[in-house]
Design a protein around this ligand. Structure first.
Ligand code: ADP
Ligand code: MG
Ligand code: ZN
Length: 481
């Protein structure tokens, strides 16, 4: 029996207006015209000096705090030297011995809701490289728009044990980055890159086996699949008496296998040394305190609150916490007096389906959450039917106004008044003597048909419970009084 050991290195571009060490705009690296957001600093021209981006530090700090890391106010940038055409300076400014934060953790939940803490080894700041595109005949095109974009590296401890856990960790981390508004989480665009380090060992062994690192995974599914594949591959090698080689491997999405990319370099190959062009970055205590105080409530905390005090089921709670804007909307509705379970139900069903139809996001809902609460109250009071409620909600997307006013305008008031309904029920029964006879002869299933006729006659506005009662009273079996 073998055990799978995984540690994740995650690179997240930080959503800032300008780059890490120069004033160039950060542009969409897929959409923007190549080499339109560059300057002598990020092109690595000689004699240029870097200046640190304050916004990037603030973003990094918030992530490190959200991951429960110990912040080190004294930060030193380091040069990581290597040669690659997309790295014009010949080195990347990173952090090495003195990273922004160490020793944090991230809680992941299993399907059943049980939670486990995964250690965070370090969080450090660095800059992204340019992008090279291989166009065949050994030629490559270089785009330096991405060169110098702020990048955060988040390195976990080797605490993950299964592909499911790796998946859960990556999803949760992306969720947190989005909650903090520091990264879009768009893996296809490469703004979030997840690289698992994977090894196996015989169950019960205390030391880790030799690890491989997998690159170019562009989805969480690929991440989980590559992890599972690599487990099988390494176990196969060990079973055949062959060693696992420490190396960087790529993931072939088509063939669904990993393949050797390059034999792993050691840290000394990068010749790390303190960046002489930047002074040590000392982050004042007050800055750290402010960042801590302004952190939003994070997904795990909200999930616990929703499933605990608010009494929601786990699946529903998961849907609501997934995106911060959705969770905020839900909480605003609850704060406006909505019953949590009713609000959750209306949101995840009617509201989401209307949003889907209109291809809108939650922050584009044109009415405040308290209006949904007012609508739910109308349905609750029996003033309108559940179905009419859905129509009113749809109308709330089209026109401004309180739900009660829309109900009045659309004439959707539910008819609950028995005096109003009785003549309609009587007319339906009088018009359908055959059905009445059949019903009285025991075909009780016809009751729904009568209700349906009344609903039709009232264009859906009759209160079904009241109609049922009236029909029962009118068509009481002889023996029933
Ligand atoms: P580097 O890749 O720069 O050498 P580290 O040695 O700190 O950096 O490790 C990088 C990642 O590899 C971390 O996420 C760590 O948890 C993970 N890791 C280290 N050793 C192993 C191992 N034997 N098996 C699986 N993951 C490992
Ligand atoms: Mg590594
Ligand atoms: Zn620049």
């Amino acid at each position: 029996m073998y055990e799978l050991i995984i540690g994740l290195e995650v690179h997240a571009e930080l959503l800032t207006a300008s780059k890490m060490f120069c004033g160039c705009r950060v542009v969409d690296s897929v959409e923007a015209e190549p080499n339109t957001a560059v300057c002598p600093v990020c092109l690595g021209l000689p004699g240029m000096l870097p200046v640190v981006n304050r916004q990037a530090i603030d973003h990094a700090l918030r992530v490190a705090l959200a991951l429960n890391g110990t912040i080190h106010p004294h930060n030193v940038f380091a040069r990581k030297s290597y040669f690659y055409p997309d790295l014009p300076k010949g080195y990347q400014i990173s952090q090495y011995e003195l990273p922004l934060a160490t020793g944090g953790w991230l809680a992941i939940e299993a399907e059943d809701g049980t939670s486990r803490r995964i250690g965070i080894r370090r969080v450090h700041m660095e800059e992204d490289t340019g992008k090279s595109t291989h166009v065949g005949d050994g030629r490559s095109l270089l785009d330096f728009n991405r060169s110098g974009v702020p990048l955060l590296e988040i390195v976990s401890e080797p605490d993950l044990r299964t592909p499911d856990e790796v998946y859960a960790y990556a999803v949760r981390l992306r969720q947190i980055l989005r909650y903090l508004g520091v990264n879009s989480g768009d893996m296809e665009k490469g703004v979030l890159r997840v690289e698992p380090n994977i090894s196996v060992r015989r169950q019960g062994e205390l030391t880790f086996g030799t690890r491989t690192e997998i690159k170019n995974l562009n989805s969480f599914r690929a991440l989980a699949a590559a992890t599972a594949y690599e487990f099988e591959r390494q176990v196969g090698l060990l079973e055949a008496g062959q060693p696992v080689r420490q190396e960087t491997r790529g993931w072939d999405e088509g063939r669904r296998v990993t393949f050797t990319q390059r034999v792993k370099e050691e840290a000394e190959d990068y010749r790390y040394f303190p960046e002489p062009d930047l002074p040590a970055l000392v982050i004042p205590e007050a800055w750290i305190a402010r960042a801590q105080a302004t952190l939003p409530a994070l997904p795990a905390e909200r999930l616990a609150h929703y499933t605990g005090p608010l009494g929601l089921g786990l699946p529903e709670a998961r849907v609501l916490v997934d995106e911060r804007a959705v969770a905020d909307w839900f909480e605003a509705a609850v704060a406006a007096g909505g019953a949590p379970r009713q609000v959750a139900n209306w949101m995840t069903n009617q509201l989401f389906s209307l949003l889907n139809e209109r291809r809108l996001r939650i922050d584009q809902v044109p009415f405040p959450p308290r209006r949904l609460v007012a609508l739910i109250a109308l349905v609750d009071a029996g003033q309108i039917s559940q179905n009419a409620g859905r129509d009113v909600l749809a109308e709330m997307f089209e026109r401004d106004g309180e739900p009660a006013a829309i109900v009045a305008r659309l004439g959707l008031d539910q008819i609950s008044d028995r005096d109003a309904l009785a003549p309609i029920v009587d007319r339906i029964l009088a018009e359908n003597p055959d059905q009445v006879a059949a019903y009285l002869a025991g075909k009780t299933g016809l009751r729904d048909w009568f209700v349906g006729q009344v609903m039709r006659a009232t264009r859906g506005k009759a209160n079904p419970a009241a109609v049922n009662e009236l029909i029962d009273a009118r068509l009481a079996f002889p023996g029933n009084g």
